[in-house]
Design a binder for this molecule. Structure first.
Ligand code: ATP
Ligand code: MG
Length: 239
Protein backbone atom coordinates (compact mmCIF):
# COMPACT_ATOMS: atom_id res chain seq x y z
CA UNK A 1 0.00 0.00 0.00
CA UNK A 2 1.17 3.54 -0.74
CA UNK A 3 1.39 5.17 2.71
CA UNK A 4 1.78 8.83 3.64
CA UNK A 5 0.93 8.92 7.34
CA UNK A 6 3.56 8.25 10.01
CA UNK A 7 2.74 5.45 12.45
CA UNK A 8 2.37 7.98 15.33
CA UNK A 9 -0.19 9.95 13.33
CA UNK A 10 -2.27 6.83 12.74
CA UNK A 11 -2.06 5.99 16.47
CA UNK A 12 -3.20 9.50 17.39
CA UNK A 13 -6.22 9.21 15.08
CA UNK A 14 -7.09 5.76 16.47
CA UNK A 15 -7.00 7.13 20.03
CA UNK A 16 -9.43 9.91 19.11
CA UNK A 17 -11.78 7.48 17.37
CA UNK A 18 -11.78 5.04 20.30
CA UNK A 19 -12.35 7.89 22.77
CA UNK A 20 -15.38 9.15 20.85
CA UNK A 21 -16.66 5.69 19.86
CA UNK A 22 -16.91 7.19 16.40
CA UNK A 23 -16.32 4.18 14.14
CA UNK A 24 -17.63 0.62 14.44
CA UNK A 25 -15.55 -2.06 16.11
CA UNK A 26 -14.94 -4.71 13.44
CA UNK A 27 -12.41 -7.44 12.76
CA UNK A 28 -12.38 -9.14 16.18
CA UNK A 29 -12.62 -12.71 14.85
CA UNK A 30 -9.43 -13.33 12.82
CA UNK A 31 -11.12 -16.17 10.90
CA UNK A 32 -14.05 -14.03 9.71
CA UNK A 33 -14.18 -11.40 6.97
CA UNK A 34 -15.93 -8.11 7.70
CA UNK A 35 -17.20 -5.59 5.18
CA UNK A 36 -17.33 -1.94 6.06
CA UNK A 37 -19.14 0.48 3.74
CA UNK A 38 -18.12 4.12 3.72
CA UNK A 39 -20.52 6.65 2.24
CA UNK A 40 -18.63 9.90 1.78
CA UNK A 41 -20.19 13.14 0.66
CA UNK A 42 -20.80 16.76 1.45
CA UNK A 43 -24.33 15.88 2.62
CA UNK A 44 -25.53 19.47 2.34
CA UNK A 45 -28.15 18.18 3.01
CA UNK A 46 -28.24 14.37 3.13
CA UNK A 47 -31.20 13.01 1.11
CA UNK A 48 -33.04 9.80 0.29
CA UNK A 49 -30.77 9.20 -2.74
CA UNK A 50 -27.79 8.80 -0.40
CA UNK A 51 -29.79 6.62 1.98
CA UNK A 52 -31.22 4.33 -0.69
CA UNK A 53 -27.82 3.91 -2.38
CA UNK A 54 -26.21 2.96 0.95
CA UNK A 55 -29.01 0.54 1.81
CA UNK A 56 -28.73 -1.12 -1.59
CA UNK A 57 -24.94 -1.48 -1.19
CA UNK A 58 -25.50 -2.91 2.29
CA UNK A 59 -27.84 -5.60 0.95
CA UNK A 60 -26.17 -6.42 -2.37
CA UNK A 61 -22.60 -6.59 -1.07
CA UNK A 62 -23.38 -8.12 2.32
CA UNK A 63 -21.85 -5.22 4.24
CA UNK A 64 -21.77 -5.32 8.05
CA UNK A 65 -22.35 -1.61 8.46
CA UNK A 66 -22.32 1.62 6.43
CA UNK A 67 -20.61 4.65 7.91
CA UNK A 68 -21.80 8.03 6.60
CA UNK A 69 -18.95 10.48 6.69
CA UNK A 70 -19.73 14.12 5.97
CA UNK A 71 -16.66 15.75 4.42
CA UNK A 72 -14.82 18.31 6.55
CA UNK A 73 -13.78 20.80 3.92
CA UNK A 74 -14.34 19.07 0.58
CA UNK A 75 -11.42 19.70 -1.78
CA UNK A 76 -13.62 20.17 -4.83
CA UNK A 77 -16.09 22.56 -3.21
CA UNK A 78 -13.63 25.14 -1.83
CA UNK A 79 -15.12 27.87 -3.99
CA UNK A 80 -18.70 27.09 -2.93
CA UNK A 81 -20.72 28.00 0.15
CA UNK A 82 -21.11 24.87 2.22
CA UNK A 83 -23.04 24.60 5.51
CA UNK A 84 -20.94 24.05 8.62
CA UNK A 85 -19.59 20.60 9.40
CA UNK A 86 -21.70 20.59 12.57
CA UNK A 87 -24.93 21.19 10.66
CA UNK A 88 -24.09 18.58 8.02
CA UNK A 89 -23.08 16.07 10.68
CA UNK A 90 -26.27 16.75 12.68
CA UNK A 91 -28.46 16.19 9.61
CA UNK A 92 -26.54 13.00 8.77
CA UNK A 93 -27.03 11.74 12.32
CA UNK A 94 -30.76 12.51 12.21
CA UNK A 95 -31.16 10.78 8.83
CA UNK A 96 -29.31 7.60 9.83
CA UNK A 97 -30.33 7.15 13.46
CA UNK A 98 -33.31 4.85 12.84
CA UNK A 99 -31.27 2.34 10.83
CA UNK A 100 -29.34 -0.15 13.01
CA UNK A 101 -26.67 -0.76 10.36
CA UNK A 102 -26.06 2.90 9.48
CA UNK A 103 -23.69 5.09 11.47
CA UNK A 104 -22.79 8.78 11.20
CA UNK A 105 -19.14 9.61 11.82
CA UNK A 106 -17.29 12.81 12.74
CA UNK A 107 -14.09 11.35 11.32
CA UNK A 108 -13.71 13.91 8.52
CA UNK A 109 -15.60 16.80 10.09
CA UNK A 110 -13.16 16.83 12.99
CA UNK A 111 -10.03 16.78 10.85
CA UNK A 112 -8.31 20.10 10.23
CA UNK A 113 -8.02 21.57 6.76
CA UNK A 114 -9.12 20.24 3.41
CA UNK A 115 -10.30 16.62 3.46
CA UNK A 116 -9.03 14.23 0.85
CA UNK A 117 -10.69 10.87 0.37
CA UNK A 118 -7.27 9.26 -0.09
CA UNK A 119 -6.24 10.37 3.42
CA UNK A 120 -9.47 9.13 4.98
CA UNK A 121 -9.21 5.76 3.27
CA UNK A 122 -5.53 5.31 4.13
CA UNK A 123 -6.21 6.08 7.80
CA UNK A 124 -9.18 3.70 7.86
CA UNK A 125 -7.18 0.98 6.09
CA UNK A 126 -4.39 1.27 8.65
CA UNK A 127 -6.76 1.41 11.63
CA UNK A 128 -8.61 -1.78 10.79
CA UNK A 129 -7.09 -5.27 10.54
CA UNK A 130 -6.72 -6.96 7.15
CA UNK A 131 -9.91 -9.03 7.60
CA UNK A 132 -11.99 -5.85 7.36
CA UNK A 133 -12.63 -4.97 3.71
CA UNK A 134 -13.42 -1.33 2.94
CA UNK A 135 -16.04 -0.37 0.35
CA UNK A 136 -16.19 3.29 -0.64
CA UNK A 137 -19.68 4.02 -1.97
CA UNK A 138 -20.23 6.80 -4.44
CA UNK A 139 -22.51 7.82 -7.31
CA UNK A 140 -21.46 6.16 -10.58
CA UNK A 141 -20.92 9.56 -12.21
CA UNK A 142 -18.31 10.28 -9.53
CA UNK A 143 -16.48 7.00 -10.25
CA UNK A 144 -14.91 8.26 -13.47
CA UNK A 145 -13.75 11.38 -11.60
CA UNK A 146 -12.02 9.44 -8.82
CA UNK A 147 -9.31 8.41 -11.24
CA UNK A 148 -8.36 12.10 -11.35
CA UNK A 149 -8.68 12.73 -7.61
CA UNK A 150 -5.59 13.46 -5.58
CA UNK A 151 -3.63 10.28 -4.88
CA UNK A 152 -5.92 7.99 -6.87
CA UNK A 153 -3.31 5.23 -6.45
CA UNK A 154 -3.74 5.40 -2.68
CA UNK A 155 -7.52 5.21 -3.04
CA UNK A 156 -7.16 2.13 -5.27
CA UNK A 157 -4.84 0.41 -2.81
CA UNK A 158 -6.97 1.08 0.29
CA UNK A 159 -10.57 0.39 -0.70
CA UNK A 160 -12.90 -1.19 -3.22
CA UNK A 161 -15.28 1.20 -4.95
CA UNK A 162 -19.02 0.86 -5.26
CA UNK A 163 -20.75 2.95 -7.94
CA UNK A 164 -24.49 3.54 -7.52
CA UNK A 165 -26.23 3.94 -10.87
CA UNK A 166 -29.72 4.66 -12.07
CA UNK A 167 -31.43 2.04 -14.25
CA UNK A 168 -30.53 2.82 -17.86
CA UNK A 169 -27.47 4.85 -16.87
CA UNK A 170 -24.68 4.44 -19.42
CA UNK A 171 -21.65 3.01 -17.64
CA UNK A 172 -19.38 3.06 -20.68
CA UNK A 173 -17.63 6.29 -19.76
CA UNK A 174 -16.92 5.14 -16.19
CA UNK A 175 -15.75 1.70 -17.34
CA UNK A 176 -13.41 3.06 -20.03
CA UNK A 177 -11.90 5.65 -17.70
CA UNK A 178 -11.31 3.08 -14.98
CA UNK A 179 -9.84 0.59 -17.47
CA UNK A 180 -7.46 3.26 -18.80
CA UNK A 181 -6.20 4.06 -15.30
CA UNK A 182 -2.81 2.63 -14.35
CA UNK A 183 -4.12 1.86 -10.86
CA UNK A 184 -5.82 -1.38 -9.81
CA UNK A 185 -9.31 -0.05 -9.09
CA UNK A 186 -11.79 -2.69 -7.99
CA UNK A 187 -15.27 -1.36 -8.84
CA UNK A 188 -18.71 -2.88 -8.35
CA UNK A 189 -21.68 -1.14 -9.97
CA UNK A 190 -25.11 -1.28 -8.35
CA UNK A 191 -28.40 -0.33 -9.88
CA UNK A 192 -30.39 1.87 -7.55
CA UNK A 193 -33.89 2.71 -8.75
CA UNK A 194 -35.48 6.15 -8.76
CA UNK A 195 -32.65 8.41 -7.89
CA UNK A 196 -32.82 11.72 -9.68
CA UNK A 197 -32.40 13.47 -6.32
CA UNK A 198 -29.46 15.70 -5.41
CA UNK A 199 -28.60 18.04 -2.55
CA UNK A 200 -28.61 20.97 -4.98
CA UNK A 201 -32.19 20.13 -5.94
CA UNK A 202 -33.19 20.09 -2.26
CA UNK A 203 -31.46 23.42 -1.60
CA UNK A 204 -33.26 24.95 -4.57
CA UNK A 205 -36.57 23.69 -3.25
CA UNK A 206 -35.93 25.18 0.18
CA UNK A 207 -35.04 28.51 -1.42
CA UNK A 208 -38.23 28.34 -3.44
CA UNK A 209 -40.29 27.63 -0.31
CA UNK A 210 -41.15 24.07 -1.44
CA UNK A 211 -41.42 21.07 0.84
CA UNK A 212 -38.73 18.40 1.20
CA UNK A 213 -41.18 15.73 2.26
CA UNK A 214 -40.30 12.28 0.82
CA UNK A 215 -36.99 13.61 -0.48
CA UNK A 216 -35.19 13.48 2.86
CA UNK A 217 -36.29 12.16 6.29
CA UNK A 218 -38.62 14.58 8.11
CA UNK A 219 -36.18 15.23 10.99
CA UNK A 220 -33.73 16.60 8.40
CA UNK A 221 -36.35 19.00 6.97
CA UNK A 222 -37.16 20.04 10.54
CA UNK A 223 -33.50 20.75 11.24
CA UNK A 224 -33.18 22.83 8.05
CA UNK A 225 -36.22 24.89 9.03
CA UNK A 226 -35.18 25.41 12.65
CA UNK A 227 -31.63 26.41 11.80
CA UNK A 228 -32.54 28.57 8.84
CA UNK A 229 -30.33 26.68 6.37
CA UNK A 230 -30.41 27.42 2.63
CA UNK A 231 -32.16 30.72 2.97
CA UNK A 232 -35.09 29.70 5.20
CA UNK A 233 -35.97 32.71 7.38
CA UNK A 234 -34.84 32.05 10.96
CA UNK A 235 -37.41 30.72 13.38
CA UNK A 236 -39.96 29.72 10.76
CA UNK A 237 -40.90 26.11 11.22
CA UNK A 238 -43.14 24.39 8.72
CA UNK A 239 -43.12 20.82 7.57
P1 ATP B 1 -24.79 18.28 -4.79
O1 ATP B 1 -26.06 18.41 -5.55
O2 ATP B 1 -24.52 19.41 -3.86
O3 ATP B 1 -23.61 17.92 -5.65
P2 ATP B 1 -25.19 15.51 -4.07
O4 ATP B 1 -26.63 15.17 -4.03
O5 ATP B 1 -24.40 15.04 -5.27
O6 ATP B 1 -24.99 17.03 -3.79
P3 ATP B 1 -23.06 14.79 -2.34
O7 ATP B 1 -23.00 14.97 -0.87
O8 ATP B 1 -22.22 15.63 -3.21
O9 ATP B 1 -24.58 14.94 -2.76
O10 ATP B 1 -22.86 13.27 -2.72
C1 ATP B 1 -22.28 12.30 -1.91
C2 ATP B 1 -22.18 11.01 -2.69
O11 ATP B 1 -23.49 10.51 -2.97
C3 ATP B 1 -21.51 11.18 -4.05
O12 ATP B 1 -20.71 10.04 -4.26
C4 ATP B 1 -22.66 11.22 -5.01
O13 ATP B 1 -22.27 10.73 -6.28
C5 ATP B 1 -23.65 10.29 -4.34
N1 ATP B 1 -25.03 10.62 -4.70
C6 ATP B 1 -25.61 11.82 -4.71
N2 ATP B 1 -26.91 11.76 -5.06
C7 ATP B 1 -27.14 10.45 -5.28
C8 ATP B 1 -28.30 9.73 -5.71
N3 ATP B 1 -29.46 10.33 -5.94
N4 ATP B 1 -28.17 8.40 -5.84
C9 ATP B 1 -27.01 7.78 -5.58
N5 ATP B 1 -25.88 8.39 -5.19
C10 ATP B 1 -25.94 9.72 -5.05
MG1 MG C 1 -22.70 15.93 -6.07
Amino acid sequence: MVATFAEEEVERVVEGVVERGDLPLLGQDPHATYRLGIMGGTFDPIHNGHLVAAEQAFGDLGLDVVVFMPAGRPAFKLDKRVSSGEDRYAMTLLATSDNPHFLASRFEVDREGVTYTADTLELMRRMYPENVELYFITGADAIADIVRWRDADRIASCARLVGATRPGYDLDHARTTIAASPYPFDVTYLEVPALAISSSYLRDRVMGGQSLRYLTPDPVSGYIQKHGLYGVPHGRYES
